[in-house]
Design a protein around this ligand. Structure first.
Ligand code: INI
Length: 163
């Protein structure tokens, strides 16, 4: 028996525009995530002019920016990049929780792929490992997820929602 299977190709659809939101907080790390994301987008077929980069003060502000960009109708996907690193208090937990919920809520509310490229680390060393060293570059991984989702969403039946 043969089934119908859907999976996203890793090729940016022609003309698809991507927004990359980057948190300025922990910029030493996040600038590496941004470079990885842009490199992955262009190597998977996106043109330079198809990529807009928007800087956020910190991860906490990312959901609002993500929502604005997702609702603009301009983008095929929004890639959110940031680094939440544990400090001496519980502060980081609140930031991580809000950015996680906010990106997920925006993606579901708008129907647009909004990708979670936020590092949540106990130490700076763990963040460095995930920003282009031992454990790869999570910004590049996020960009590839955006391309895969954009491709996949384009193949699936259109929504029946009346909103
Ligand atoms: N913002 C981050 O992006 N990462 C962090 O680790 C972080 N910590 O732990 O403080 C952080 N704080 C700033 C926050 O995102 C807001 O920009 C700030 O609270 C102003 O609203």
């Amino acid at each position: 028996m043969s089934v119908n299977e859907y999976q996203g190709k890793l090729i940016a659809p022609a003309g698809a525009k991507f927004a990359v939101i980057v948190s300025r907080f922990n910029e030493f790390i996040t600038s590496k995530l941004m470079s990885g994301a842009i490199d992955a987008l262009t190597r998977h077929g996106a043109g330079d002019s198809d990529i807009d980069v928007v800087w956020s003060p910190g991860c906490f502000e990312i959901p609002l920016l993500c929502r604005r960009l997702a609702e603009s109708g301009k983008y095929a996907g929004v890639i959110c990049l940031g680094a939440v690193i544990r400090g001496g208090t519980e502060h980081h937990r609140y930031i991580a929780s809000e950015v996680t919920k906010g990106i997920a809520a925006t993606s579901l509310a708008t129907g647009l792929p909004c990708i979670f490229g936020i590092l949540t680390c106990d130490t700076i060393e763990q963040a460095v490992e995930r920003a282009g060293t031992k454990s790869g570059n999570k910004g590049a991984d996020a960009a590839i997820a955006a391309i895969e989702m954009t491709n996949l969403m384009g193949q699936l039946p259109a929504t029946n929602s009346t909103k």
